[in-house]
Ligand binder design. Sequence first.
Ligand code: F0G
Length: 469
Amino acid sequence: MDAIPQTMGPQFGRRSWAEPWKIKMVEPLRRVTAAERVSALRAADYNTFLLKSDDVYIDLLTDSGTGAMSDRQWAGMMLGDEAYAGSRNFYRLEAAVRTHYGYAHILPTHQGRGAEHLLSRCAITPGQLVPGNMYFTTTRLHQELAGGVFVDVIVEDAHDTTSLHPFKGNVDLGRLEALIAKEGANRIAYVSLAGTVNMAGGQPVSMENVKALRVLCDRHGVRIFLDATRMAENAYFIQEREPGYADVPIAAIVREFCSCTDGAWMSGKKDNLVNIGGWLAVNDWTLYEELRNLIVVYEGLHTYGGMAGRDMEAMAIGIEECLQDDYIRSRVGQVHYLGELLTDWNVPIVQPVGGHAVFLDARAFYPHIPQHEFPAQTLAAELYLDSGIRAMERGVVSAGRNPETGDHNFPRLELTRLTIPRRVYTQAHMDVVAESVKTIFDRRAETRGLRMTYEPRYLRFFQARFERL
Ligand code: F0G
């Protein structure tokens, strides 16, 4: 008995959780040398999106399409029915979305932005406003390209990285009501609601908020469309934090939440645990008919929408797996493990830690670097130089320019995202990541900012180039 460490075992008052899976196949990682990192980052002009994946050690660029599929999903890939029309896998996917998200009419799309494109074109009349709980890059761009004007109506706390509000993704209902009163309900295309809110740090929306939003929107005849990309993670926070939901299964919470909305779009590459794919779902038949007509122009026939049959099968299985309570607890638990390590070391991060990523507060990290010298982009570059870990900028570069004035949009949040892929890395990887962040934090005073040398027209963060000041 003497050999048992004091911290282990229930008899000492501690119970750990563990991933509800074991590893069956592994992919080797390469440790990249310091000299290789310097030359790779220079060749990528300080933009982590332009690095070759072979030059990356631990890849926390995104949780999009980077998850590990289960053995059941891989088995499902062998059941692909690659018929052009009416593939059996489409009907499996349709049934899974109907059962678990509850919408009536389902269209597959090649990924989330394919669905955003179609919905924006069919549900926005040029000149209309699209209020939402903080912008997302591709979502807002498609709304703008369709002639809409995005209006941020997220709660004020979302812009404060230190606020401990449990639902920082909530819609500020007072602001929305005032907007409708000022502009008239006819000028509102729909409310663009995301659960969780990526750009705010993966912050959730409460059930109370979505229910009140439904009441408000019904009063004015305004529709609500949901970005369901990380809705399972949102449901986890409701279960954890909202009175009355502690014993409600994740799947039931997702169903209840979605029932307050008129439809949803999905990037299946996140919650739904596939490497590619998405879907669009609405309850209104007339809108569905328009979408179904447009999908053949941009995505493919309405029974495949740009996806292979086997990929639709994997997504149908992924939908079931992502709603299991044990899975979602370990998924968000791993993100929180990393967040707690960094918090213990006083590294400034968005609090509370969100569902899919730990967001470093680059403003607080580098108070001496002004926002026009891209502190969050700089932080991502420094992290790569230190250890070969790849992160992503979510600050002024991601926010782009104001389409009318041409000036940078200067968001209040200047963040660097450490995004955790699903079912891919272990706790030991999280330790290595935290130690690298700590190392660059300790030498932060010496770090200089960046200058942009090339700027693409759309979604500039993907392909912009920089040099060191
Ligand atoms: N909505 C949200 C909330 C997203 O995070 C994304 C993608 C999309 C829509 C678009 O989906 O990539 O399948 O076309 N987010 C990725 C990220 C790119 O890294 O956060 P997509």
